[in-house]
Design a protein around this ligand. Structure first.
Ligand SMILES: CC(C)(COP(=O)(O)OP(=O)(O)OC[C@H]1O[C@@H](n2cnc3c(N)ncnc32)[C@H](O)[C@@H]1OP(=O)(O)O)[C@@H](O)C(=O)NCCC(=O)NCCS
Length: 185
């Protein structure tokens, strides 16, 4: 499991001690709005942490909790993981490995509009291209999720249209390895 660092954040693979911070964020309707649409219950947060830990073991990547250095508070979460077509995850995470990889993010609304999602996403994107032999990284969003689309734009991703992922029709954005390399300082 890999801990990542940015100027303002430490990205820690999900662990049971992240429960309170994840639940405080994922139970908020404004966070859930363009995800499942339903605020996450404590039981769902617990199950998500356990599933993520299985994915880290199987894939060597999954979800991180974003911990702000200044406050040591959990302010968000993000992922590099295999996409899936179906709404429900397969029982064995290895069954997802033939799918493309995606990058994803969410923040507690207290810290929106400070650039933290983009900052974490740049670091997670570097991890993805440096750790896996992928030719491209995808990101998917509800068509009305403009804020997330702007993070994708800031990463240099290009929108390629509507596709079915997670059992839904989602705007799909792509960052090729070639474009990612061109964007590196
Ligand atoms: C998607 C989401 C993470 C975007 O958050 P965000 O705060 O808008 O995105 P960033 O953290 O990259 O911040 C960018 C903003 O910070 C501003 N900013 C302030 N200080 C900054 C700094 N030091 N560096 C960069 N940007 C900074 C930018 O100008 C930009 O402003 P704007 O929002 O007025 O355009 C957030 O809306 C969210 O968590 N939504 C709920 C969950 C969700 O939908 N997740 C995505 C699913 S696809």
């Amino acid at each position: 499991m890999t801990i990542l660092h940015t100027a303002r954040l430490r990205l820690e693979p999900f662990d049971s001690h992240h429960f309170d911070g994840l639940q405080a964020m994922n139970r908020l309707p404004e966070v859930a709005r363009y995800l499942s649409g339903q605020p996450e219950t404590p039981e769902q947060t617990q199950a998500a942490i356990a599933r993520v830990q299985r994915c880290w073991a199987a894939w060597g990547t999954s979800w991180w909790a974003f911990i702000e250095y200044d406050s040591e508070r959990l302010v968000g979460a993000g992922c590099i993981q295999y996409l899936r077509r179906d709404a429900v995850p397969p029982p064995d995470p290895m069954d997802q490995c033939s799918q493309p990889m995606e990058i994803g993010w969410r923040l507690h609304p207290d810290v929106w509009h400070r650039g933290l999602a983009t900052e974490a996403a740049r670091r997670m994107g570097r991890f993805a291209f440096e750790s896996f032999p992928i030719t491209e990284l995808l990101a998917v969003r509800h068509v009305d999720n403009v804020a997330s689309g702007q993070v994708m734009d800031r990463l240099g991703m290009q929108e390629r249209g509507l596709e079915t992922w997670y059992g839904a029709t989602l705007a799909t954005h792509v960052l090729s390895r070639e474009r990612w390399q061109q964007l590196q300082p």
